[in-house]
Design a protein around this ligand. Structure first.
Ligand code: 7GP
Length: 834
């Protein structure tokens, strides 16, 4: 293509080539141009929202320049690419991130100020891109940032949901869900109406033979939906590499609507077809760590996987390489089992469409895929019913059965006559109806399987996937401990701390080599530095206190200890234990004399997080938190000694405000249930200490920062099964007395109608206490006493805070992505000349 453009034409192109702005003046020119032409406004009616739009468009243009060059460079180099398939990308806001990664926030700040705008207010105008639920989706977003920053040729593939995760309102203490229509104005996406894929559903399989007598399967009939690509540029930090996140949107295959039907007067059904097609990418399923098995969800999965694979294969074919080189050019990472159908789809493309033999194709497939597991919770492990898959994807079901047959035959050869083993590892679960175990399919079809923290990776090898370790050997299973991007979670969320760190570590090099934080240890005794450190935390708390006052009308004292638990509401994460602890604190304070009370450490218990709309118990927990807040916050006797605050609609941009303002945060899952956790890393990186169980990445954080800098408590994962058994069969199990006292108070009606909270209490007291709230309650309370004591020693606390941050280098998502690149994907960076 390049060579076919004659020189005079090239000259004209070059002469007018878009150039990125380099200074404040250039930025202002672009901004005003967008206000006046793109938005058709003027200085007289440019409000903050218009200023945001124009600013975003100016930076978008700036990104496109690097983005185009990155894509050209990657195509020319024909290097191996990694494709990260994720149903969720919890991106948050893009403008601040783009300005910082490009290194032009200062220009924008000065430029906006001269035009009459405060950059903070402009940034606040942006809606979060909330195409995810929680940890898994935010991890994908951190990974994209690291992949670009490290110059890896990488693509993200996901769905362009019209509605992201719902917005949460709290009405009378209860969660109310409001739709998140975020696409109203989204300058960060580029519709590619020329990049479309037809996706087939339903129909039937015809088995015939070709001219060579070979058996071929043709998938025929059914219906077709069109996938349209929307591209989102992902800028790296301090590099021109700008990668692509491609999100698919569904459309009726026949265009707007069926004109045949329309002309025949069948208006309604022509529109209905169109709407049915668009339903596929309409809404993100709002479940975190929970599988519901809905047909539309399966349609989403296949739609997205098939469109992405078509795209990947199309790109590979341009290089005219033989098929056996596919795994040398393509690595595909499965973000949990949601994209597992990609394994089946690639096998189908290679065998049915490209005519490869089964074994040759299967070798290519298994060398291409890697699978990351994000949970051991049984209710989150995906299973699809065989009849449903047969109905929706008849050919894929046949292929799954063949994959399973060949797999089980090889197991039989390896372990003859172990029928129970075959039953346990089979991809098909022999229930009624039969179910497809997606995790088994993902393991069988991948060359590497990884967990997301050491404990979790050990647990999957010894529990849910133990048989597979026996079959494949231990090398197929590996660990890659999660990480977070320090660009968003330090530099962007906590600019003053980032600046202070830069001043002590010799510049901003720590943002791309987080281990450089260790230089802070040298300054731990520097009095000015310590004062500034503490001051920054205090100012962040003041800002959060103001937000709480402005939005909820609750006055909290920024000198109090801010105790934060923000994450999805889930029984395994044990927000119920936290609120029981707050009630216990309240009761203890109430029993004290005023003199005793005056000696206590004031606290603010801050909660935030969404409950899945169908998760009734989680919603009750939200209600209890708010009910307790209502009583405690209005108790004059208690005053500043305790406040309980629930911040509605926790999302990425709220996290950026809340996390830098925490003194202590809670990561208190039942041991063995939280695969990793990533907010634990964000809090510590921002100078907050944490209280936590020996679970997920808490363990590795402790190893890095030292156990004197973390508050660990509770039972260990290895004892959980025995404790659960004892709850039901142990005979002498009794409820923790402090917890019994808390329950009594709830049942007395202190926090409103006790009926409302009966189920939360019963789960612990009467129904086996599956999450070990009572077992851990005593050590939880004792550890909180230690927290209070430690906080009283302000200097000691600051030392812990500084040393912890200094030792957090390991938890950068850059380290994590480099481990994937080396150990799983086998890809190399590709840098442009800057
Ligand atoms: C989460 C895990 O719960 C969390 O511990 C981990 O840090 C995060 O993934 C990233 O690895 N899992 C999910 O969000 C989830 O929905 C089920 O998992 C598929």
């Amino acid at each position: 293509v390049e060579a076919s453009i004659p020189e005079p034409q090239r000259e004209t192109w070059r002469k007018h080539q878009a150039k990125p702005f380099a200074d404040k003046d250039g930025f202002q020119r672009e901004l005003v141009r967008h206000v006046e032409t793109t938005l058709a406004r003027s200085m007289f009616n440019c409000d903050e929202s218009a200023a945001y739009s124009a600013c975003a468009l100016a930076f978008r243009d700036r990104l496109v320049y690097d983005w185009n060059r990155t894509q050209q460079r990657q195509t020319l180099a024909d290097a191996k690419r990694v494709y990260y398939l994720s149903l969720e990308f919890l991106m948050g806001r893009a403008l601040d991130n783009a300005m910082l990664n490009i290194g032009q926030k200062d220009i924008a700040k000065a430029g906006l100020a001269e035009l009459g705008f405060r950059i903070e207010d402009v940034i606040e105008q942006e809606n979060d891109a909330a195409l995810g639920n929680g940890g898994l989706g935010r991890l994908a977003a951190c990974f994209l940032d690291s992949l670009a920053t490290l110059n890896y040729p990488a693509w993200g593939y996901g769905l362009r949901y019209r509605y992201g995760i719902f917005k949460q309102e709290i009405i009378d203490g209860y969660q109310v869900e409001v739709p998140d229509y975020w696409l109203d104005f989204n300058p960060w996406e580029f519709p590619r109406h020329d990049v479309t894929v037809d996706i087939q559903f339903y129909g039937h399989v015809v088995k015939t033979t070709d001219e060579n007598g070979r058996v071929v399967h043709r998938w025929e009939g059914g219906e077709t939906v069109k996938a349209v690509a929307y591209d989102v540029p992902i800028p790296g930090y301090g590099t021109s590499t700008t990668n692509n996140l491609r999100l698919w949107s569904s459309k009726a295959a026949s265009g707007e609507f069926d004109f045949q039907k329309f002309n025949n007067g069948d208006y309604e059904s022509s529109v209905a077809d169109q709407q049915r097609a668009e339903t596929i990418s309409a809404v993100l399923y709002p479940n975190d760590n929970l599988d519901r098995g809905k047909e539309l969800r399966l349609k989403q999965q296949y739609f997205w996987v098939a469109a992405s694979l078509y795209d990947i294969v199309r790109r590979f074919k341009k290089s005219k390489r033989p098929w056996k080189e596919f795994p040398d050019q393509v690595a595909i990472q499965l973000n949990d089992t949601h994209p597992t159908l990609a394994i089946v789809e690639l096998q189908r493309i290679l065998v049915d469409i490209e005519g490869l033999g089964w074994d040759e194709a299967w070798d290519i497939v298994t060398r291409t895929f890697g699978y990351t597991n994000h949970t051991v919770l049984p209710e989150a492990l995906e299973k699809w019913s065989v009849p449903l898959v047969q109905h929706l994807l008849p050919r894929h079901l046949q292929i799954i059965y063949d994959i399973n047959l060949f797999f089980l035959q090889s197991v039989e050869r390896q372990f003859p006559n172990d029928r129970d083993l075959l039953r346990r590892v089979s991809i098909i679960e022999e229930t009624n109806p039969k179910m497809i175990r997606m995790a088994h399919l993902a393991i069988v079809g991948s060359h590497k399987v990884n967990g997301v923290a050491e404990l979790h990776s050990d647990l999957i090898k010894t529990t849910i996937f133990k048989d597979f370790v026996d079959i494949y050997g231990p090398d197929k299973f590996t660990n890659v401990t999660n990480g977070i991007t320090p660009r968003r979670w330090l530099h962007q969320a906590n600019p003053r701390l980032s600046e202070l760190i830069a001043s002590k570590t010799g510049g901003y090099g720590f943002l791309t080599d987080l281990t450089q934080l260790n230089k802070l240890e040298l300054h731990v005794n520097d009095a000015d530095f310590r004062r500034e450190w503490a001051e920054i935390k205090f100012n962040n708390k003041v800002r959060l206190a103001k937000y709480i006052k402005d939005t909820l009308g609750i006055a909290v004292n920024p000198n109090a200890l801010f105790d934060v638990q923000v994450k999805r509401i889930h029984e395994y994460k044990r927000q119920q234990m936290n609120i029981f602890g707050a009630i216990h604190r309240y009761l203890t304070l109430k029993e004290m004399t005023p003199e005793e009370r005056a000696k206590q450490q004031p606290r603010v218990s801050i909660f935030g997080g969404k409950a899945a709309p169908g998760y009734w118990m989680a919603k009750q927990i939200i209600h209890l938190i708010n009910a307790v807040g209502e009583v405690v916050n209005n108790d004059k006797e208690i005053g500043d000694l305790l406040k309980v605050v629930f911040i509605p609609d926790y999302n990425v941009s709220k996290a950026e405000m809340i996390i830098p303002a925490s003194d202590i945060s809670e990561h208190i899952s039942t041991a063995g249930t939280e695969a990793s956790g990533t907010s634990n890393m964000k809090f510590v990186l921002n100078g907050g200490l944490i209280i936590g169980t020996c679970d997920g990445a808490n363990i590795e954080i402790t190893r890095e920062i030292g156990d004197e800098n973390i508050f660990l408590f509770g039972n260990l994962a290895e004892n959980v099964e025995d404790l659960r058994h004892a709850h039901t069969y142990g005979g002498d199990w009794t409820l923790d007395p402090s917890l019994a006292r808390v329950f009594e108070e709830i049942e007395r009606g202190t926090f409103g109608n006790p009926q409302d909270f009966a189920a939360i209490i019963s789960a612990v007291r009467d129904h086996g206490d599956y999450y070990l709230v009572s077992d851990d309650f005593h050590s939880y309370l004792e550890t909180h006493k230690l927290v209070d004591e430690a906080y009283r020693d302000k200097e000691g606390w600051t030392t812990k805070s500084i040393l912890s941050v200094a030792r957090m280098g390991f938890f950068s998502s850059d380290r994590c992505i480099n481990e994937y690149a080396e150990g799983i994907w086998n890809i190399e960076p590709l840098k442009g000349e800057e």
